[in-house]
Write a protein that binds this ligand. Structure first.
Ligand SMILES: Nc1ncnc2c1ncn2[C@@H]1O[C@H](COP(=O)(O)OP(=O)(O)OP(=O)(O)O)[C@@H](O)[C@H]1O
Length: 511
């Protein structure tokens, strides 16, 4: 296969007017077309400031002068013709909220984004050499681990694996398009739904992954596919320390999907026979981007501003890990293994960690618990045993290993809660159907007892039976609810304990 299967590139946006107003300054220097240095300001023990340099190498580094067109021509256009050669092409935009993912993918008023430039080339190639192919577009969002069709009133969708192990999204609308204008209309429509939907608040749209897919079909059979994914703000995964339960659970879901994505791209990069695509909904629905003939480009978007240094480093480390194993099979350093497991910022080997200022947000802001991929949790599973152990008042973390185990226990619990949430909602729907059925029966016996000569004994027996059925129904749903809420409480308690211990251990490390 020609060219690399995976390309990881970095795009640095310019400083915004607001950042300049607030005296934030640029901390990134592009040292070659593939290299950059992040200059992190640090404090010595005597509180004097110094700069610590973090070096990174990627397939390509795009500086602040780069246009969307430059990026398209370098990274995406060469892949478009591969889609006509029956390949699956995937382009991810990764990075913190406000780093330029949407600007890159969608563009702005007069600046076309990658979507549109790709669509233009698709129709050019189609009209020249593939006139028998038909083009279809679908556009959906993954929010809180659920799929929503942006071209069909945000209807919730479900992914199913068929007997041939293909993952299908049941009911996903695919619009047939005949020219670039058609595609633009479909994209604009989908984007307007995304902006005004339930999750439309800016804050919340950065918590969802948006997936635009352009499918090339011959006689209704898939020929090739181009997918653009505007990922959720990468820092959202760290919302697991937010004090609202929902935000923590959403954060864990985002974290889970970004970790699973990294693992799937690594598996593709290393041409492994097993791809852990079941690790999250995102990777499940993108399964065909990770197996068979496929090419992927990940654009890591970063801000150059000094106030975003920690997030920028995290984005670059994530992007680095996506491709890192390709370089050499060097043994992993112990502290890197821990950082990988906990998704903590890793120490580049060419820098020495300095004393961290007291109350630095560093340890907290970057903590995202690890998510073990590929394990199934059923609603009948009791809370993981490991969880109880960690909640005992006498338990103290003695080592990093204990903390890692606790992190895994926490993730198992989060996964259990996510499954239980789905089951509770489904049971609630079923409960309403059952109750409506019973109430209809009740109305029937009331009607009968009103008739002259009716049998009151029969009426009383039937009523008793119906009331008992209702009690049973209510008890069943109530038990599920109690179970679910008790796991939420457990998660809250565990989460609190975890962050306390984690920051204690990190402080020990720093001193
Ligand atoms: N390369 C660039 N050149 C000029 N302006 C840019 C560039 N990249 C981003 N911006 C500006 O930065 C702001 C944030 O960008 P954008 O909305 O694309 O971020 P995002 O990563 O998609 O955020 P979110 O996760 O919230 O969707 C926008 O006002 C955008 O116009």
């Amino acid at each position: 296969m020609e060219g690399p299967r995976i390309q990881v590139v970095v795009r640095i946006r310019p400083l915004s007017a607001r950042e300049i107003r607030k005296n934030h300054y640029e901390i990134i220097e592009v040292t070659s077309p593939c290299d950059l240095v992040v200059k992190e300001e640090k404090l010595k023990v005597d509180l004097t400031k110094y700069l610590e340099g973090h070096n990174f190498t990627f397939d390509q580094v795009f500086n602040k002068e780069t246009t969307n067109q430059d990026i398209y021509l370098t990274c995406v256009q060469p892949l478009i013709s591969a889609a006509f050669d029956r390949m699956k092409i995937t382009c991810f935009a990764y990075g913190q909220t406000g780093s330029g993912k949407t600007y890159t993918m969608m563009g702005e008023k007069t600046i076309p984004g990658l979507y549109i430039m790709a669509a233009e080339d698709v129709f050019k190639i189609l009209s020249k050499s593939h006139t028998s192919l038909k083009i279809f577009v679908s556009f959906y969002e993954i929010y809180c681990g659920k799929l929503h069709d942006l071209l069909n009133e945000r209807q919730q969708l479900f992914a199913r694996e068929d007997a041939k192990q293909n993952v299908n999204i049941i009911g996903l609308k695919e619009w047939s398009v005949n020219n670039v204008d058609d595609i633009m209309k479909v994209i604009d429509f989908g984007l307007s739904v995304r902006m005004t939907g339930v999750t439309g608040a800016n804050d919340e749209s950065s918590r969802s992954h948006a997936v635009l897919q352009i499918s090339l079909k011959a006689a209704n059979k898939l020929h090739g596919k181009i997918s653009f994914i505007d990922l959720a703000g990468s820092e959202r995964g760290a919302d697991t320390i937010d004090n609202t339960k929902q935000t923590r659970i959403d954060g864990a879901e985002i974290n889970k999907s970004l970790l699973a994505l990294k693992e799937c791209i690594r598996a593709l990069d290393q041409e492994k026979s097993h791809t852990p695509f079941r690790g999250s909904i995102l990777t499940q629905v993108l399964k065909d981007s990770f197996v068979g003939r496929c090419k992927t480009v990940m654009i890591a978007n970063i801000s150059p501003a000094s106030n975003n240094c920690e997030h920028t480093l995290n984005t670059l480390r994530y992007a680095d890990r996506v491709k890192e194993l390709k370089k050499i099979n060097k043994p992993q350093r112990r502290e890197d293994a821990l950082a990988d497991a906990l998704m903590l910022p890793r120490q580049p080997s060419n820098t020495v960690r300095q004393m961290k200022p007291a109350n630095s947000p560093v340890s907290q802001a970057n903590f995202v618990p690890a998510v073990p991929l590929n394990h199934n949790v059923s609603s009948k599973t009791p809370p993981p045993k490991a969880v109880e152990k960690f909640l005992s008042p006498n338990w103290m973390a003695k080592s990093e290993k204990d903390l890692m185990e606790m992190s895994e226990g926490h993730e198992k619990l989060i996964n259990l809660i996510l499954t239980e949430e789905e089951e509770l909602i489904a049971s609630h729907r079923q409960h309403i159907d059952n109750m409506v059925g019973i109430i209809k029966d009740e109305m029937g016996i009331l009607h009968e007892v009103d008739q002259p000569g009716s049998d009151v004994d029969e009426y009383a027996t039937a009523l008793r039976s119906m009331l008992e059925q209702q009690i049973l129904c209510i008890t069943e749903i109530k038990n599920k609810l109690e179970n679910f809420t008790s796991h939420l409480r457990t998660e809250e308690e565990m989460s609190r304990k975890f962050y306390k211990l984690q920051s204690e251990i990190l402080d020990l490390h720093d001193n």
